[in-house]
Design a protein around this ligand. Structure first.
Ligand SMILES: [Zn+2]
Length: 327
């Protein structure tokens, strides 16, 4: 059963959006405008499919979406369709969870005792360095001999891998992650956090083309639609957790969603850039991830239920009609 309060909220907001005279919904198949009956309705924010909420054969396809994923400490803050939830959970979120878990195990902060005791028993030291598509894990016992191992396939902590090593051995394992899948998962987390903050108005606004690109990316997670790195792992203060607008440098204005991924005592904080109402969001991705100094403004909580352009209105109010998407 989906969260009924959340479902009602999405219904109310969506019906308000549809009352807007400029609201048009096109069929993804025929590309023609669909006439919507006056019935309670929600749209999956990830794939834009519509579901009548008074029809059991429709609501059965809806699911509670945890943002971030449940295993990373997330709460339910939106409702998405089951297809998106399962497909993205299996293809991209699982990769992010795997990466956080490895970091949690290595830091000794994993709640998974099986991993932890293995490491404790082996008394291994470990460091991680990131290089492109892979994360290198350097494990060492003491000084002595070096063994360099580059397994053909991904290695996990299970099995008998450690058998046969002598006391004092040092060795290196390579764990391979898909940084693209991790990027899509982080983008989804940021996008759904912004959706929970601004409602459907975040999807349907002057920047709809880039939001459609994001929806396309979520429906086709293997394709590299958003292939640039769009998140930073800096130490961002607690006060910025949630949705922010990057205010300086002016030319890099964009939304920045700050999230914590939590596993046991382990916590990773990421600041994920979402395109704002400017065309140059690729430049923002590039420059921010190259370490440009920036400052942010935390978006206040708003009541978006009766608002069509909540995100755009806040943006223009702050920047005096600054958005250049339609210019
Ligand atoms: Zn969906």
């Amino acid at each position: 059963m989906v969260n009924s309060i959340l479902l009602k909220k999405m219904e109310t907001n969506f019906s308000h959006i549809l009352q807007n005279p400029s609201a048009k919904i096109y069929s993804s198949e025929t590309k023609e405008i669909i006439e919507i009956e006056d019935r309670p309705l929600v749209m999956c924010p990830l794939c834009a499919r519509l579901f009548f909420t008074d029809l059991e054969e429709d609501t059965i396809h809806l699911s509670n979406e945890h943002t971030p994923p449940h295993k990373l400490g997330g709460d339910i803050n939106s409702i998405t369709c089951r297809t998106c939830n399962n497909m993205l959970g299996g293809k991209v979120d699982s990769e992010l969870i795997r990466q956080v878990k490895l970091a949690a195990v290595l830091s000794g902060e994993s709640p998974d005792l099986n991993y932890k005791t293995r490491l404790e028993r082996e008394t291994l030291c470990a460091t991680i360095g990131e290089t492109g598509e892979s994360i290198w894990l350097n494990l060492s016992r003491q000084q002595d001999t070096w063994y360099m191992l580059y397994p053909e396939k991904e290695q996990t902590w299970g099995g008998k891998f450690f058998e046969g090593f002598m006391k004092g051995d040092k060795f290196q394992l390579k764990f391979t992650f898909s940084s693209h899948a991790i990027g899509v998962s982080l983008l989804k987390i940021a996008y759904l956090t912004a959706f929970a903050h601004f409602g459907y108005g975040f999807l349907f606004n002057r920047n709809i083309n880039v939001n459609l690109m994001m929806m396309y990316q979520f429906s086709h997670p293997e394709e590299k639609v958003f292939s640039l790195k769009h998140w930073i792992d800096d130490n961002i203060p607690d006060e910025y957790l949630g949705v922010n607008i990057l205010v300086n440098p002016i030319e890099l204005r964009a939304f920045v969603v700050v999230v914590d991924l939590v596993m046991g005592k382990h916590k990773q904080r990421h600041a994920v850039v979402l395109p704002g109402f400017r065309k140059n969001w690729r430049k923002t991705f590039n420059e921010l991830t190259c370490g440009v100094e920036f400052s942010m403004f935390k978006c206040p909580d708003i009541d978006f239920l009766q608002s069509t352009y909540a995100a755009a209105d806040m943006w223009d109010e702050m920047f005096d009609g600054d958005s250049d998407v339609n210019k």
